[in-house]
Design a protein around this ligand. Structure first.
Ligand code: FE2
Ligand code: FE2
Length: 273
């Protein structure tokens, strides 16, 4: 191999190594070094938060199976899971994304549309969680045979969900036996099941797209210094909201629910060959 070919091959290897890491070349060393010097990696933080989300999605899968099979669910499983999603995912993780990640990527070519979709999914996710929590509230009013004009969507539901086809569809299945919670939300296992199924279906691709496209682009969009500062900001927000060992405590709460459902033993998920 002559010298010219050797040089260009070396250049190619350096370049392809950088591209394989998915980040802009000039930023790799300093961003990584800054984090290695005791800094917090904000992308790592967001990804481990996705880990909590994924564990709750598995809980939701299991819950949906139990409802479909008309099996008894341990007390409080749905309410506790949805409460974790609301506190940790909607009110913390997604707020970080909306306030700190999305605005920094809004002008990156090719990401505007994705960010629009992700934002809309956050809104839809919050509505679904509100709805899940409503469906498991105690029933206080027994709904009588609805008159024709009452078969329209209740005002409270319309106000929360803005008349989405999902809710209309669900209400369509709930007629004479429909029970309502105090706030006028239909209460039934079928309504909970459909909402959980929609939630899981939306959030699996949502988190996967953020992990593989958005967070990768984020490395290149900020300076190493800003990257580390954001990591610290994320960490202190977490401490402020959830206290010391806040993340670990959330994981423990998720693990408690997994135990109740009998899905805590990871080895049970090992494929048999
Ligand atoms: Fe998100
Ligand atoms: Fe996310």
């Amino acid at each position: 191999m002559d010298t010219e070919k050797l040089t260009s091959r070396r250049h190619f290897l350096r370049l392809s190594g950088g591209l394989a890491a998915g980040v802009a070349l000039p930023l790799i060393p300093s961003a990584v070094q800054a984090v290695q010097k005791g800094g917090v990696n904000p992308v790592e933080e967001l990804m481990r938060e996705h880990g909590v989300l994924r564990r709750v999605l598995l809980i939701y899968d299991e819950t949906a199976n139990s409802i479909r099979n008309k099996a008894e669910l341990p007390h409080g499983v749905i309410k506790d899971s949805a409460s974790i999603i609301r506190r940790f995912v909607h009110d913390y993780h997604e707020k970080l994304e909306e306030e700190e990640i999305f605005p920094r990527l809004a002008n990156v070519e090719g990401l505007r549309e994705l960010i629009g979709i992700l934002t809309a999914q956050h809104v839809a996710g919050r509505r679904l969680t509100d709805y899940i929590l409503e469906t498991v509230k105690p029933v206080v009013v027994k709904h009588e045979e609805p008159k024709a004009e009452e078969q329209k969507m209740p005002a409270a539901v319309a106000q929360i969900y803005g008349g989405t086809p999902l809710i209309t569809h669900m209400l369509g299945k709930e007629t004479p036996e429909m029970k309502m919670t105090e706030s006028g939300i239909p209460h039934s296992k079928q309504a909970t099941l459909v909402t959980i199924e929609h939630f899981v279906r939306m959030y699996r691709p949502h988190a996967a797209r953020e992990d593989t496209v958005l967070f990768t682009a984020f490395h290149s969009a900020v300076s190493p210094r800003e990257f580390v500062e954001l990591g610290q900001k994320f960490k202190s927000r977490e401490r402020e909201l959830f206290g010391e060992r806040g993340f670990e405590k959330i994981v423990e709460s998720v693990a408690d629910i997994e135990k109740k459902l009998g899905i805590n033993d990871l080895s049970k998920f090992t494929a048999t060959t």
